[in-house]
Design a protein around this ligand. Sequence first.
Ligand code: C2E
Ligand code: MG
Ligand code: MG
Length: 480
Amino acid sequence: MTMLWLFAMPDFLSHPEVLISLLILLLALCSVIAVFIALLRSAKREQEALKHSNSLLIIDETTDLLNERSFEIVVQNRLRHHSKRKWFLLDFDINHFESINTLYGFQRGDAILQAIAAHLRRERDQSGECFARVYADHFICLLTGDTLSGVKRRVLAMDEKLRNLTVHPGLQFSYGLYPIKDVNQPVTQLCDYALSAKRLVKGNCMNPLGIYDADFHQLQLERFELTAAMEPALNAGEFLVCYQPKYDIATETMIGAEALVRWQRKDGTVIVPDSFIALFEQNGLITKLDFYILETVCRFLRSVLDQKKEPVPVSVNFSRNHLYEADFTKRLLDMLQTYEIPPHLIEIELTESAFVNCKDHLLHVMDELHDNGLLISIDDFGSGYSSLNMLKEMPFDIVKLDRGFLHSSDRDYVVIETILNMTRRLQLKTVAEGVETKEQLAFLRKHGCDVAQGYLFSQPLSQPEFSQQLISARKPAECS
Ligand code: C2E
Ligand code: MG
Ligand code: MG
């Protein structure tokens, strides 16, 4: 070989361009080999890094699933390396798990969590899915599937099995599912989306699975906006009070009114309470709002009294959140005193759900209100899980029948008749809400209902319109 080179040398010397080409070729070959070696080294380094991070993964001791931090690392990796696949983030927990721990002990609680984990491990397919327990009964899962509807079906089938765990059958779960759009988003954010979808359905047995889709995203944005806008809106006087008159069914004269809040935004749009009351109940702003409404009503009644006119009692809605405030009664009475409003002119409306828990505390609050001359009504009676026992156990003065009764089937009319029979015998005053037709009014009159409130008599009126009604003969404005 060397000989060959020696013989060829003179030939190269006579043709230097061949030598240069050969050198260039050699250099190129060396570069390719160098790049190849560098690539191999980097792949090895990455593999080692992954191995290292896997060895750092912390496994939850109770369930042998990943913990939250490890889940984040694994999910980030899976999403990055399989970005073409369709991924879904599922968040779920058990409804009232804390009661299970309290009632049956932590051992039972742990056994349930372990049975769930075992089920999740069986669920796992081979395409990179993973599961973690965040804390207590809170689980998160990375799932994959071709379509959202397919994954929904799979989650509901899983729910069916989890509800029938041998260790504790009859559990109920809430789920939130987020179809991942952008694999580069932080995993914590993806988990937040699934969590807020779950919150939407929390405790709803009829629909245990919430989906974070475009509509939901929009809804969330609006909720955030409303929440942020509430306090400035209160200061800017954007919350208005409407008054819906109540009529004595026997005489058809106005004997009272209900104060109903409206939120008039700066752009003139009016938002009805069903869109924000629940939101404000969640973030605690409701107590501020309710007292603002009470103050507006007191100011109005004071102006009527100052004009030597005779106002009718006005009922004000109070959220159940108030009942947990130590100084609720005092604040309320202070307000009446500030505006010198006789207590019989204010009636407190509490929704039926307020009466379900904390019975003793509620009885105490009701006694205080009664001792100070205020009347209490139970709003939307029949809409929730109220037991009829409440009718005899709680000393409220007025029952407001939920308006849903008048707009449903014949069977509902049988129920109204029975409730009216009962309230009459218990000597409670009954108000029917949502009265829209003469037929409904005739039915209520026939069965001894005392008071009617509804569009048949009047829509909720603005304060000036209601003032006008007070001056007139207190007969319905239009009842044809
Ligand atoms: P609610 O206290 O049961 O008030 C009665 C609701 O029925 C009002 O809805 C009223 O406009 C509506 N209504 C009256 N007559 C009829 C009728 O003939 N047909 C139909 N379909 N509906 C009728 P609105 O004003 O939208 O209030 C909804 C709920 O929001 C209220 O139900 C009450 O629970 C809550 N709310 C209103 N104002 C306040 C407030 O100041 N504080 C609190 N905490 N809740 C409030
Ligand atoms: Mg009401
Ligand atoms: Mg009502």
